[in-house]
Design a protein around this ligand. Structure first.
Ligand code: PLP
Length: 352
């Protein structure tokens, strides 16, 4: 039987042999006492790469984001984000339940906010309105199809927000994908932000873990909030060791995932009933509109699963595919054949 081609997410990657080896050999200590040398070294390295004072290893990206929101805000404030933002749509209303904040989601073309869009939504002083406490951006913008913020736009947002007395958080779950797509460093792409979260467990391929980076004062507070959330771990160097391998070795191969996503997009664009602009696919995520097939995305993903190709419908009309290190070019070719097959169309061979 053919192996499964899993395009549901880049979270599905399994640890590499080098990661397993590093995990087995990791020196560990009790991280609540700050005595895990592997964690300490990972945090220092992340801070160095991002040009920040300190880093904090957290169990998940969601915990990293929600920790940052809690540190930056007070109860009764609003958090401005894009309508499809992970912090709003896929984090269990934690900003309400934990930080006591209300999201002010705004729709932006391609998921990319600008100050022109954000500015009118900022409400600092009125006596009958909740104050804005934080602006949060997402780069790449996951549910908008892996779209990318260029530094000019984020720098402008950070500048204007700071002038208005507002902090800006970056959900940089896939910031390394953005950096590769733009040919810029993650430090350049994240410079103006007050805090940055990025994931080891997505395209970088580590089994578990994310990182917050920021100032010494921000990270001290974040450490306290992480403890409140139950995220203070003990001999967690075994996980940090895999994350370290991911951090050092994975960014340089992300361009392969991007090329595979573009290849998939080009193939999908040729299939009648599907709508996608391949030139918009610049990282490892694509969204394909299936309206023209007369089927819902959920029906199509069900049929694809029977062909051992996994991809999720994100809305009834849209399927998301995410490429990663555990799907190669031949897997992408199989995925395209399966899509043709389940849409009942004659076979065409897809080769680069
Ligand atoms: C995956 C993801 C996160 C964090 O997810 P966890 O599953 O909690 O690690 C945060 N933001 C975005 C945009 C993501 O895609």
């Amino acid at each position: 039987m053919n192996p499964i081609v899993d395009l549901r997410s880049d979270t599905v990657t399994k640890p590499t042999a080098a990661m397993r080896k590093a995990m087995a050999e990791a020196e560990v200590g009790d991280d609540v006492y700050r005595e895990d040398p592997t964690v300490n070294s990972l945090q220092e390295r992340a801070a160095e790469i991002f040009g920040r004072e300190q880093g904090l290893f957290v169990p998940s990206g969601s915990m990293g984001n929600q920790t940052a929101i809690k540190v930056h805000t007070h109860h009764g404030q609003e958090v401005i984000c894009e309508e499809r933002a992970h912090i709003y749509s896929v984090e269990m209303a934690t900003m309400a339940a934990f930080a006591g904040c209300l999201a002010r989601p705004i729709r932006a073309p391609d998921g990319i906010l600008t100050w022109e869009i954000i500015g009118p939504q900022v409400r600092p002083k009125a006596e009958n309105r909740a104050r804005t406490g934080l602006i949060s951006l997402e780069n790449t913008s996951n549910l908008a199809g892996g779209t990318v913020y260029v530094p000019k736009i984020t720098a402008h947002i950070c500048e204007q927000a700071h002038a208005a007395g507002l902090p800006v958080h970056l959900d940089g779950a896939r910031i390394f994908n953005a950096a590769v797509a733009l040919g810029r460093s993650v430090a350049e792409l994240t410079r103006g932000f007050d805090s940055v979260m990025f994931c080891f467990s997505k395209g970088l391929g580590a089994p578990v873990g994310s990182m917050l980076v920021g100032s010494r004062a921000f990270i001290e507070e974040a450490r306290r909030v992480r403890k409140v959330l139950g995220g203070a771990m003990r001999q967690v160097g075994v996980l940090a060791a895999a994350a370290r391998v991911a951090l050092e070795e994975s960014p340089e191969r992300l361009h392969i995932d991007h090329a595979n996503a573009r290849f998939l997009a080009e193939g999908l664009a040729e299939i009648p009933g599907l709508a996608i602009d391949p030139s918009e696919v610049i990282t490892n995520i694509l969204l394909v509109d299936v309206t023209g097939t007369g089927l819902t995305s959920f029906e199509i993903s069900g049929r694809l699963a029977a062909e051992r190709v996994l991809a999720n419908g994100v809305t009834a009309s849209s399927i998301r595919m995410v490429t990663h290190r555990d799907v190669d070019r031949s897997g992408c070719e199989r995925a395209l054949k399966a899509v043709q097959e389940v849409l009942g169309q004659p076979q065409k061979s897809f080769h680069a």
